[in-house]
Design a protein around this ligand. Structure first.
Ligand SMILES: *[C@@H]1O[C@H](CO)[C@@H](O)[C@H](O)[C@H]1NC(C)=O
Length: 509
């Protein structure tokens, strides 16, 4: 039975082979060749399919990782329907080389270099016309779009605080990127650079991407008005606290919008984190269609703890004259947790905070804290200190007040670096060395980054995250120029450290 079946199966095969053998050689070769070709096509198509399948899988996984960093979008619908469509402008691997020539030209939309020098002039309290103008436009626009413009005065705050809620954005297509799936915070690998905490990443994502629920202009006496936006958060905190929102500045999560000329705020945030100082508030660049003609503005995380007594009471400021500051440096206040004697003249601030501040302010040449009167360098005619006549005070320097020295109400030992108005256009022969006066130690972590010659690499990696900022500075070329300035100042600082025998110490307090 088995034998006959075997015969039955073999019969056509043996017929075929015998007829095959009878064929001429050329015909036989042709048949073999075509069988091979058919087989090859089959194999290739199989491999290709599985490869494609695998590619799509990794693409999807990568997408999950990038989006999943904030743990919000892991179950994103877009991820399920093929991620290759979700991230059309980005590849998954980005190399930042240290030679700018090797980088392909990026698609830069606005490559105008910011006029850094005009910065302070246009933003100072004495000349608020710029901001006022824009706010006027904003209000008119808001009115025209027939949205509710409500002016509320909080009963809890003093009368010179005036809230103006400008309900301008909801459900319009104006701020398109709030709705788009692509974050303007570019993170390609699974992790952000290690100098950012997960809080930082969350804050940057919020500031850059959160849907704007409302924009408020808060006037406070003779201080320049604050422009605050409240964004939609993943948790509907704003709904829970809706009643509270009327009274407080920010019910949910908010950002403070600065003028477009204050772009160093964003650079300062990245530099602070790269150097491991952790004293600035998260800041990103963002455009608002109805503000400042849609130019990128720096937005900084709103931190209510800077105003422990409410907005009217102002920020929690450390009051010191230059003379008191210099003598407090000699006291090494709060060093090794030793409480200062009552007559020591110490402030609440820990000794090491001044070292961090001096290093940071020197690199960015920020003089609005330690040298408001521009005593340590030759100011230009258009500098605010000359316009306001502060420079004349330099003869009696010990009595000059330090300004903008901020700490949190619940954390008086540590400083918070805000209003970081740096200057990139000050030459090496005109640096403000007064910012370093009285400083005998500098933070080891920051100095080691400067010494490692990896400052450029780290800053590039860091600043690349903020696409809006990156492009507003002219892309890679513009950013490189800013870092050139920083590198030269770092070199000057390292020389200063050697020449003055500055100690480099660990400052983990
Ligand atoms: C950085 O500072 C913030 C605010 O003071 C704090 O919550 C956070 O823990 C700090 N991070 C590090 C790494 O020290």
């Amino acid at each position: 039975m088995g034998k006959s079946r075997f015969h039955w199966m073999c019969f056509p095969l043996s017929r075929l082979t015998s007829s095959f053998r009878r064929c001429p050689l050329s015909k036989r070769t042709l048949i073999i060749a075509s069988i091979c070709a058919v087989y090859l096509v089959f194999v290739v198509s199989q491999v290709g399919y599985s490869q494609q399948h695998r590619d799509r899988q990794t693409e999807r996984d990568k997408y999950r990782h990038t989006r999943g960093l904030d743990h919000l979008d892991v179950s994103d619908a877009a991820a399920e329907t093929g991620a290759s469509f979700a991230l059309p402008t980005r590849s998954n691997v980005v190399y930042i080389t240290l030679k700018s020539k090797r980088l392909k030209p990026s698609n830069i939309r606005g490559t105008i270099r910011p006029k850094l020098r005009t910065k302070v002039r246009r933003n100072k309290p004495a000349n608020p016309a710029f901001t006022q103008n824009k706010l006027g436009t904003l209000e008119r626009d808001a009115g025209r779009s027939k949205r509710n413009v409500a002016s509320k005065t909080s009963p809890r705050e003093s009368r010179d605080i005036d809230y103006k809620s400008l309900d301008v954005i909801p459900k319009s297509h104006a701020d398109a990127h709030a709705d788009s799936r692509i974050s303007s915070i570019r993170i390609y690998s699974q992790r952000a650079p290690p100098w950012f905490s997960s809080q930082d990443v969350r804050a940057m994502r919020f500031l850059a991407d959160a849907k704007v629920l409302l924009i408020k202009k808060v006037s406070r006496g003779d201080s320049p008005p604050l422009l605050i936006f409240e964004g939609e958060t993943s948790v509907s905190v704003s709904q829970q606290k809706h009643a509270a929102r009327v009274d407080s500045v920010c019910g949910g999560q908010c950002g403070v919008i600065s003028s477009p000329v204050d772009t160093t705020e964003v650079f300062a945030f990245h530099l602070d984190r790269v150097l491991g100082l952790n004293r600035t508030l998260p800041a990103v660049s963002r455009t608002f269609s109805l503000l400042h003609d849609g130019q990128p503005c720096p937005v900084v995380s709103w931190d209510a703890s800077l105003y422990p007594g409410g907005l009217a009471a102002g920020r929690s400021t450390v009051r010191l004259t230059w003379g008191e500051y210099q003598s407090s440096l000699k006291q090494r206040c709060w060093h090794k947790n030793i409480s200062p004697k009552p007559d020591s003249g110490c402030s609440t601030v820990h000794h090491y905070e001044w070292s961090k501040l001096a290093l940071f302010d020197f690199l960015l040449q920020i003089h609005n804290r330690l040298d408001q009167s521009c005593c340590g360098f030759r100011p230009r005619r258009e500098d605010v200190c000359l316009e306001l006549g502060h420079h004349a005070d330099c003869g009696n320097q010990n009595h000059i007040q330090l300004t903008n020295i901020i700490h949190r109400g619940h954390d008086p030992r540590h400083l918070v670096f805000t209003n970081n108005k740096g200057f990139f256009d000050r030459n090496e022969d005109n640096l403000d060395f007064q910012l370093l006066e009285g400083i005998k130690e500098l933070p080891e972590q920051a100095v080691s980054v400067l010494r490692s010659r990896r400052l450029r690499e780290k800053l590039l990696q860091s600043l690349f995250l903020d696409q809006t900022y990156w492009e507003s500075q002219g892309g890679r070329q513009g950013i490189d120029k800013l870092i050139d300035v920083l590198e030269r100042r770092a070199k000057v600082l390292l020389t200063y450290i050697n020449a003055h025998g500055i100690k480099v110490v660990t400052m983990n307090v």
